[in-house]
Every structure is written in structure tokens, then in C-alpha cells.
Write a protein that binds this ligand. Sequence first.
Ligand code: BMA
Length: 342
Amino acid sequence: MNPLLHPAPFSRDIAAEQSKPAVCADLPLLTRYSGNPLLSRQNWPYAINSVFNAGAVRLPDGDTLLLCRVEDRSGLSHLCAARSKNGIDGWRIDAEPTLMASPKQYPEEIWGIEDPRITYVPELEQYAIAYTSFARGGPGVSMALTKDFRSFRRYGVIMPPEDKDAALLPRRINGYWALIHRPMTTLGAHMWISYSPDLQHWGSHKVILAARRGGWWDANKIGLCSPPIETAKGWLMIYHGVRQTASGSIYRLGLALFDLEHPEICLQRGDSWIFSPEAPYERVGDVHDVVFPCGQTIGADGDSINLYYGAADSSVALATGSISCLLTWLDANSSAGDRSEQ
Ligand code: BMA
């Protein structure tokens, strides 16, 4: 097993957490890289409109791979891989799209594919990519498996429209694969979990985190950001909340923690957001006031994280943080469980 792909043993996380609780209880928890944005239209080897919302993974050779959502000049999106030795600069971008929509085979992708979340699955020795496929019925969740980000086994739509913001957990839960996703239902835009014996057939659907109501920062619409991180305390989840205002939406980030063996149980949910559009490249772009992570990598210490996020639907940016700090902050700033009824 490649240690770069997996957090270090839990004991090390806990040790780090105990050594810095006072500092971690305060914001900011995520620090913007001073050279942001990392990637934008100008960096691309072919003509595009924008690049944003990238899935992320550390490859066995230590490289960071970003699978970026690229919007071409027809307005439709495809996925394109960029690789870097240090996850910061020196990006080597595929000369052509890495994964294109295939509408002949998958008509539900007729308007493109978007927002990939990558999970390395040790049992399969492959990466599972959950992405949004877009067509007349609206956005749905599709899945593909790959070993190398060069060839892909496509599963097609696994959650029909309207659904998006999905990621697979890296291991089975009680014998079943588990997918977090965000269907739009008559109940609203809440996060659900579904289980499958084979990655193709899904059931046992349950709401795991509901959008709050009224004046909350995460009222009415929430969704998963990067794939949940397994820690000794539970699955740590970064999610986005969408605030509707008179001048448009604001996409901000919050934290929640879920039970390791029963991930439908929310153990903690932060009351305030932890990251919000502030920098010019987050506030102004094709869609103003958006921070939208789809991936992170974890350092060799098992604690430091590089969070890669789309900024204003126009570029890819980086913020760094520490898993133990995020957990410590949750301890100090959450109500028990889910306060969505409040
Ligand atoms: C969401 C998704 C994201 C996008 C965000 C802001 O609904 O479509 O791809 O970044 O809106 O436009």
C-alpha cells in the first residue's frame, strides 16, 4: 500500500491533535497559497474558457494529479489531468482532454461532464471517479474506474437526475460500497448516503446531512466538497453551503463528522463556515463568490492537507490545513449532531 495515498496510522493523528488544541480552535483553519490561483485558462495547452473544480490524488510516484473540470468555448465541460511533483507548481497538463463526455454511449452526458471527486479504493487497486453528467434531465451522478488516468472503465449514470456532488468512500461499510451524494428531492437539497454490493446497483438511501433553514449560512442547499477523510474520530467531511442573497449565491465551506461504521450518523456539525470567498480570484469570475473544492491530498505526516478548490468557476486554487486542527475546531464549535431543524 502506498503511504502517500493513505493517512498515517490514527495514533499519529491523535498525537498531533493533542499537541495543538489552543491554536486550532481559532479560524482561519485553511491558509490560501500565496501564488494562487494555481491553474487558469492561460496555462492550458489548448483553447478553453475556464478550469476549476478539480478532483485530487497523490499518485504512487509521489506526483499530485488534479483532474480538472475544463469548460470549453462551447460552454460544455470535460475533464483534463494536470500532474505536478510538489502539488503546487510545475504542472504538466495533458495535451488533450483526458475524459470527454461520450453522449453516443451515454446520452445523459450530452451537455458534458463536471466536478470529479476521486477516491483511491485499495480493495480494487483503482481510483473511483464520481462526476456529474449533464443532460436534458438535469445533472446526474456517473462513475468511472481507472488505474492510471489514461484509460477508464465507465459505469454510466449511477444516480439519476437531479443529483450531484458525489464521492465514493474508500472501503466497504458492513460489506457494501457507500456513496455520498446530493439529490434534489421534494425534501430539498440535502446530502444522502446510498449503499451498493457492486458499484452499479444502489439502495438503502438515507439523508445524512440536511440543509439548514432561514438565515443560516448553509440554509436550503448543501453538498459534499472533497471525498470524506477517514480519521480515528470518524469521517471528516468538508461540505459547501449556498447562501442566496439579493445579488446572487455565496458558496462557503463547513465541516461535519460522521460515524466510521455508520456514516449516516452525524456526530458533529460546525455552526459557522470555515472558509468563504475573500480573495479577488474567489470573489470575481464567471460565477462570483464561489469556493468549491472537489479534492484534497494528505501529506506524508498523515495530517497536513492540500485542499484544491475551484475559485469563482474560473480557476483552480490551493489552501493548506491540518486534519487534527479541523477536528479540534469541530470539537469547540459544533453542536452535537445535526441542527438542521433549527
Ligand atoms: C454548483 C456546481 C459547481 C459550480 C457551482 C457554482 O451547482 O454546478 O460546478 O462551481 O454551482 O457555480
